[in-house]
Design a protein around this ligand. Structure first.
Ligand code: GDP
Ligand code: MN
Length: 410
């Protein structure tokens, strides 16, 4: 009987031990998955053109190291839920934002499907749609259906989408006709001027964004080619980034003939607002006496800080341009305006080139050639050359790529 008692008490002990172990294992499971051997992120390949900061400089974040440590979905939706209950470092207050018309539902669904599949199904950041008129039930139903995240549908306040009173309407009408005649892209559309102005100086002022710090701008009909296996908003926050881009263009300079003169005048009048580490060198054309070379961050893709745009420098700059009427008498685009603002008020170490996010907008596309990034695009010869750092004078190079090279090299 003693022996039997001994055995049964042992069995009980073993049972208790087993259940404790199972419990512990269950608890540890999400961590184990997180701890899976990290594949070195392909960004690490680019140390030569964008060196990681020296290890001794402890104050400054090291974005490449961050990516090595935080890829593989370490911060999945589970972590997001946990942070809602007060654990972890907290999920950034961020959203996917899109200005879009009801008539662009199909295109919006295309962009959403790809971005959800490649990224947001893992992170569930809310979608916020903006429109100058109310969204239809069709639009809401079609988009809501594509995500597990929350969706919000917001109308732009009238005052953010109308002619300011200092604009001379007949001069604006003449400009529309002129821009149409010379063929400046969409320059004859009244709504296009409102749109460029809204994206330049108003989106971050929308009351609904008051409680948000970060945004990812998404347009209808764009493509996202690659799996993104880290939380881009945490990346921005943890590394103190202000602005992220992934393509550059050289836009039609006839849309902003006075922009550079006005920007120079602004800078001269507000020297105190210019960031001490600002670097506009990559935007100047030495062959044209230091004029603006028209390089622009292609702003239909942006991952950025709303608080940067809300800051004193950008506000002063936007108002300066707006008062002079350049959004109406000319066709200032949000791309050059954002580019110049970022260049004046943000040090380069806080601007990030998302070269790992494969992307297409109309004829412009970008396909990272490093296959470990799991992309559904074929890198072109140009993509390959770009990553091989073919010299600038190479004829195979897209002209706008020189903008990125200048940005990285300066
Ligand atoms: P492009 O990329 O410069 O050719 O300009 P788009 O026509 O793509 O417009 C840029 C963004 O603004 C897109 O997300 C459009 O859906 C949006 N957009 C442009 N005009 C309007 C408009 O009048 N109303 C609304 N709601 N969205 C607009
Ligand atoms: Mn577009």
């Amino acid at each position: 009987a003693r022996l039997r008692q001994y055995i049964s008490s042992r069995r009980r002990a073993v049972l208790i031990l087993l259940s404790v172990l199972t419990f512990a294992l269950l608890l540890a499971m999400p961590r184990c998955r997180n701890a899976a051997p990290a594949t070195v992120h392909d960004l690490a390949v680019y140390h030569p053109i964008r060196p990681a900061l020296p290890a001794t400089d402890k104050k400054r974040p090291d974005p490449i190291k961050w990516l090595e440590e935080n890829s593989n979905n370490r911060h999945s939706v589970v972590d997001g839920y946990m942070s809602n209950f007060g654990f972890g470092s907290g999920k950034p207050r961020a959203a996917l934002i899109s200005l879009v018309r009801n008539s662009e539902l199909e295109g919006m669904m295309q962009s959403m499907r790809q971005l959800e599949y490649r990224w947001n199904r893992k992170y569930r950041y809310p979608w916020i749609f903006f429109n100058d008129e109310p969204f239809t039930e069709d639009f809401k139903a079609g988009t809501r259906n594509l995500t597990a995240a929350k969706c919000y549908y917001e109308v732009v306040p009238r005052g953010h989408w109308s002619l300011p009173d200092w604009i001379d309407e007949s001069r604006f009408m003449n400009s529309l006709e002129y821009l149409g005649t010379i063929g400046v892209g969409k320059g004859w559309m009244v709504s296009y001027h409102h749109m460029c102005r809204w994206n330049s100086g108003f989106f971050y002022k929308h009351p609904f964004l008051k409680n948000y710090d970060w945004y990812w701008r998404v347009e209808p009909d764009v493509h996202y080619f690659c799996d993104i296996d880290y939380d881009v908003f945490r990346f921005m926050r943890d590394n103190n980034m202000k602005y992220g881009f992934n393509m550059n263009i050289l836009d039609d300079a006839r849309s902003f003939p006075s922009l550079w003169t006005r920007t120079r005048a602004f800078a001269a009048a507000h020297l105190g607002l210019i960031h001490p580490e600002a670097d506009l060198g990559w935007l100047l054309d030495p062959q044209a006496g230091g004029e603006y070379n028209n390089c622009q961050f292609f702003s239909n893709f942006e991952i950025g800080s709303l608080n940067f745009w809300r800051g004193e420098g950008n506000e002063a700059y936007f108002n300066w341009l707006d008062k002079a009427g350049g959004f109406y008498y000319e066709r200032f685009g949000d791309a050059p305006v954002h580019t110049l603002s970022v260049a004046m008020f943000v040090p380069k170490s806080e601007i990030w080139y998302f070269r790992d996010i494969g992307y297409q907008h109309d004829i412009n596309h970008h396909c990272p050639p490093h296959r470990e990034a799991k992309c559904s695009c074929q890198p072109t010869k140009m993509d390959e050359n770009f990553y091989k750092l073919v010299p600038l004078e190479s004829p195979q190079r897209k002209p706008a790529d020189t903008c990125i090279r200048q940005f990285l090299g300066g």
